[in-house]
Design a protein around this ligand. Sequence first.
Ligand SMILES: Cc1cc2nc3c(=O)[nH]c(=O)nc-3n(C[C@H](O)[C@H](O)[C@H](O)COP(=O)(O)OP(=O)(O)OC[C@H]3O[C@@H](n4cnc5c(N)ncnc54)[C@H](O)[C@@H]3O)c2cc1C
Length: 376
Amino acid sequence: MRSVPPSPLAPPPAELPWAERAEALAAGFARQAAELDESAQLPEDNLRALHEAGFDTAWLPEEHGGAGLSWVTFGAVLTAIARACPSTATIWLMHLGAAYGLVHMSDEDNSRFFAGELAAGKRFANALSEPTGGNLFLMPLQVAEPADGGFVLSGAKRFVSGCEAADYLLVNALVDGVPAFFGITPDDTLKLVPIWDSMGLRATRSQLLTFDGTLLPAGRRCVRLTDEPNPIPVGLPFLSLGVAEAALEALRAHASGRVIPTTGQPLADMQWVQFAAATEHVKLRAATLLAGQTAWLADQRSPLANPSSLEAKLLANEVAKDVAALAVRVGGGSGYLRTSPIQRHFRDAQAGALMAYSSEVCQAEIGKALFAEEAR
Ligand SMILES: Cc1cc2nc3c(=O)[nH]c(=O)nc-3n(C[C@H](O)[C@H](O)[C@H](O)COP(=O)(O)OP(=O)(O)OC[C@H]3O[C@@H](n4cnc5c(N)ncnc54)[C@H](O)[C@@H]3O)c2cc1C
């Protein structure tokens, strides 16, 4: 790896051992990534290793048994994991997003319960996206009807990353006309429809779940608003940055090793390759700084963290696709083969921009805010 220039947005010195431990784990994950992509199996060993190294609870406040680490360090850790195995990084991010959401939005008893279950190694997943809802995953269209002990939901949630291993699901539905969130234990009213044979992030196994009269217990309803950052909006840009870094590294390795017989020149010496790679390198540095600033805003508990996360996600998603597309050009026929990591990075790079909020939805929100400011 090239050395990274110092940045005020890097993990603080006291948290550096966490970032170093993540890099060490990621080196092992990278060795399995191609095989997991091929077999589309859940990376259960990787997820267990992250738990055993203390990463599951590290960003919870100390009052919930966590280490209260900074979100800037979270960005560095997630980038390292995504660079090695983006499926592992995606499932882990969704797991933390659901678990931390339940800890921060539940009443005191449930909050303690979910924090304890997370510390004990239980797994969480987000069952939020609906087949008809598309990108607006926080605005459910499916209605949960009042019933004994809570509300019942019949419908479907899709793209539930890691759901086959989940002990708890964060589920949303309309209750009395407003979105409501619940932490539920999957039971036999839930059925899995195995749709997941995807282009990229294959080991996330983001399946479709159907709900048939599933009880959403009133006692497990989220009742609090929170100012605590959620890992998902902070983390999504870093997922794409990890894929982009891996793609740029694969591009560099190929361009340095491949000598074009007709010119006797390595690809890396050709001006068009240098110009194009320089452009992508600088875009990647800019996207990394923007994602870092968003994480820093989350550390300050700034209300600007949320709008900034849309900007950071948009840039990181698009940079990942651009770097991976250049890697395919530079890779030529060799990069097109399944034996090359380049084709895998290209497939994985498409997912970030599709995941909510998609690049287009981010553009719509950022554009709207821009012109609203202008009007003021
Ligand atoms: C790998 C992966 C993992 C995922 N994991 C989870 C998970 O764990 N839990 C979960 O709940 N969900 C998950 N999702 C779902 C994800 O977050 C989105 O909700 C989902 O991908 C939206 O898909 P869709 O096909 O319905 O897209 P659509 O919303 O139908 O989008 C199709 C196109 O329309 C555009 N579009 C949609 N709305 C607008 C708009 N308002 N303005 C402009 N353009 C618009 C989009 O940009 C896109 O180009 C995952 C998705 C992927 C790909």
